[in-house]
Design a protein around this ligand. Structure first.
Ligand SMILES: [Fe+2]
Length: 302
């Protein structure tokens, strides 16, 4: 059985790499660590990078990478995938494969927390990090048409654990460590990468970030909300150029080793303790929906 340590990075494809790299630095507060003609590597904090932007004519999510537990090597990951009959490719620093719905998954080595990396970020010195960026990459979320198959794959092949269930078949939340979820699947009948989520300090930072993003023309189809399942305060920013959302959140429920998966009712409170379910546009990524949402051309209930 493979064991993971944490989420490492997410790779998104965008048509205009310059514009997107600029946006993630100025709007979301990430720092560009490296730039090539086709890729931008961006960090929230002292990690090498948490987000990769890749120039492509086919925008959208490319892959999510997870760090292996220090006891497992890339060779162990290869053997594990072979044992499960999963086709993969091996690059210099990753084992790469697709999940059953075609989402890219990478397994990468553990990053030792030694030297300066062993210390709290607030005790360190920097001349490159921006003010008020996210604390770290936290999780991803996918829409799925085959919830049981995806959950089976991510628990037996990728190495995640079920934290909680949403109804009998509405969604499943998965974890690696203490955070309530590092990944979640929502059963909407159509597979699509839904959001990449970044951890912020508190609700004050969410407020500052939303004010800042709004000044840059961004909008928030859902939120702020308090999720019943996961407990996090969150809001969702539309990212049309990568056909997904960015969730900014804080205060996620922390899970310990005695946790047993729970089943939350598939109702409004599990989704949003404070208020409403998301608008239908929250699950759509087509141009017509995005244009209508941008200009509020129609009721959210259309
Ligand atoms: Fe999320």
């Amino acid at each position: 059985m493979i064991k993971l340590h944490d989420i490492d990075h997410v790779a998104l494809g965008v048509e205009d790499l310059d514009a997107s790299a600029h946006s993630w630095q100025v709007e979301f507060g990430l720092a560009e660590r490296e730039r090539t003609p086709t890729e931008s590597f961006l960090a929230c904090n002292y990690e090498p990078y948490s987000l990769v932007l890749r120039r492509t004519n086919n925008p959208g999510a490319i892959h999510t990478a997870y760090n292996l537990d220090p006891e497992f090597s890339l060779a162990d990951a290869e053997k594990h995938l072979k044992d499960h009959g999963v086709l993969y490719t091996r690059s210099e620093n990753a084992v790469e494969f697709l999940d059953p719905e075609g989402n890219g998954v990478h397994l990468v080595p553990y990053r030792p927390r030694d030297g300066a990396n062993a210390f709290p970020v607030t005790s360190r010195r920097t001349d490159s990090l921006r003010q008020a960026g996210p604390r770290r990459l936290g999780h991803v979320n996918y829409l799925t048409a085959d919830l049981p198959t995806m959950v089976d794959f991510y628990t037996t092949v990728v190495g995640q654990e079920v934290t909680d269930y949403l109804g009998d078949d509405a969604g499943v939340f998965l974890r690696i460590g203490g955070d309530h979820h590092v990944n979640a699947f929502v059963n909407t009948g159509t597979p699509h990468f839904h959001h990449v989520a970044f951890d912020l300090i508190d609700f004050g930072q969410i407020r500052s970030s939303f004010d800042h993003l709004a000044q840059h023309g961004r909008w928030f189809p859902w939120g702020p909300v308090r999720h019943g399942i996961g407990g996090n305060l969150a809001g969702y920013v539309r990212l049309p150029e990568a056909e997904c959302f960015v969730e900014l959140y804080c205060d996620m429920e922390q899970i310990d080793r005695t946790h047993l998966p729970r089943t939350f009712p598939d109702d409004r409170r599990s989704s949003n303790v404070w208020g409403m379910l998301p608008p239908r546009s929250y699950f759509r990524f087509d141009k017509e929906t995005v244009d209508a949402e941008r200009e509020s051309l129609r009721s959210i209930w259309d």
